[in-house]
Structures are given as structure tokens and as C-alpha cells.
Design a protein around this ligand. Structure first.
Ligand code: ATP
Ligand code: MG
Length: 205
């Protein structure tokens, strides 16, 4: 929280002093970026705090295939811009779960956004649902940068980001997967991950 705020503060101070409109514009861009970053931090922190202390789940029968197409609908243009291919592989029968729909949506968005963020141009993402006995399984698989063994143990920790992620241009809070894990566990589910650096990652809920 302090880092983006510090950038905003210095940018504002500089804007008051510099006359060059080009440089003023640069500072304005920095302020906008850091404001967005702060906004996401606060939003994610409020989300995880609510999930910890007052989850208030609204349980209904939810078709995970429908959540999958909703999420795809909202993210496919980002994927197209990045030239990343998203392939949907829905279970042939509706994979119904008793769940809070908006939390299921949040869980899936976080996983697919990660796949998008950490998969370079030309890559592929598969979103797959299946019914295995009494369970519904969701898989989000990508051909992205992958996660090293040392990081794999920590990616679900709050605020943790691998060095490989921090060295990309993508800024993040490191709260996404903590939120995902919390949602999955609140629904009595489990989550696992398999990854190979430079090859890709699969999250399985
Ligand atoms: P945000 O909170 O904004 O989502 P984030 O994406 O960095 O930020 P998480 O979603 O919690 O945070 O992910 C934690 C870390 O796990 C990432 O920083 C990255 O290092 C790693 N990671 C997660 N998903 C993937 C993926 N699909 N491919 C490679 N690395 C990943
Ligand atoms: Mg994320």
C-alpha cells in the first residue's frame, strides 16, 4: 500500500514543479496506474477479509459450465488482444454444484486471469470441467511461464508473488490465489497445482 502511495505523492509534487507538458503527462499516467493498483489492493484485501470473517454464502445449484462461459465471455477480448487462445472443454452433462455463484465466478476469473497474465503471446489456455463420481472438477491449464518448485509451495500464501511474476510488467497483489483457495475451501473443495517452468501450469479444483 505504501509503495503506490509514495509514487502518487512524488508524482503530484513533481507535477506542481515541472512545466513541460510531456513530462506532466507522464506523471499523470503514473498517478493513474498507481491509483488503479491501490484500488485493486484495497478491493482484494476487503474481499479476503470478508471471506475470513463474514462469508455469508448464498448456496444454490450452480452449473459450472455456465460460469465458465460467462467468464470466457468477459475475458476473451483480453485473450484475443494478447493473441492467447482459450479453448473451452465443458463436461457434456451440466456439472452442478451447491455453491455461491458470485464466489464461483470470482474463483474462476482469478484462475483464468492468472493463466492470461502468465502466458506469453501465442500460448493456449484450456478451461475444462468434468464430473468425477460425485465431484465436479475444474481445470485451468496454460502453456505459460510456469512456476518453479520453490515457489509452488508458497503461491497460495497471501501477498506472495514469484520472482518470475514480479519481473514481468504485470503488477499484482499476490492475493488472487489466496482468495481462490479460501473460496474453494469454504465450499468443501480442494485445489492442486502442477507446473513446469517454461512449459505451463495446471490448476485443478
Ligand atoms: P493478483 O493478486 O493480482 O492476482 P498475482 O497474480 O501475482 O496477483 P496470485 O494470483 O495470488 O497473485 O498468484 C501468486 C503467484 O503465483 C503469481 O505472482 C505467480 O508467481 C504465480 N502464478 C499464479 N498463477 C500462475 C500461472 N498460471 N502461471 C505462472 N505463474 C502463476
Ligand atoms: Mg493473480
Amino acid at each position: 500500500l505504501k509503495t503506490p502511495l509514495a509514487v502518487i505523492n512524488t508524482s503530484v509534487e513533481l507535477m506542481e514543479r515541472i512545466k513541460d507538458p510531456e513530462r506532466q503527462k507522464e506523471k499523470m499516467t503514473a498517478i493513474k496506474e498507481q491509483t488503479a493498483r491501490l484500488d485493486k489492493y484495497i478491493y482484494d484485501m476487503l474481499t479476503i477479509s470478508r471471506l475470513d470473517h463474514a462469508p455469508d454464502l448464498l448456496l444454490r445449484t450452480v452449473d459450472v459450465n455456465r460460469i465458465m462461459s460467462d467468464v470466457h465471455e468477459r475475458l476473451h477480448s483480453t485473450a484475443e488482444k494478447k493473441e492467447v487462445n482459450i479453448i473451452l472443454e465443458p463436461a457434456s452433462e451440466p456439472p452442478n454444484v451447491l455453491a455461491d455463484e458470485s464466489e464461483m465466478d470470482r474463483m474462476m476469473v482469478n484462475l483464468v486471469e492468472n493463466a492470461l497474465n502468465y502466458t506469453p503471446t501465442g500460448g493456449t489456455i484450456w478451461i475444462r470441467t468434468s464430473i468425477i463420481q460425485e465431484n465436479v472438477q475444474l481445470e485451468v491449464k496454460d502453456t505459460g511461464i510456469g512456476i518453479g518448485e520453490k515457489d509452488l509451495a508458497r503461491i497460495f500464501d497471501r501477498f506472495y508473488r514469484a520472482d518470475t511474476a514480479r519481473s514481468t510488467k504485470i503488477s499484482g497483489t499476490g492475493l488472487g490465489l489466496a482468495i481462490v483457495k479460501r473460496i474453494v475451501e469454504m465450499h468443501g473443495g480442494s485445489i492442486s497445482v502442477e507446473s513446469e517452468p517454461g512449459v505451463g501450469t495446471t490448476f485443478r479444483v
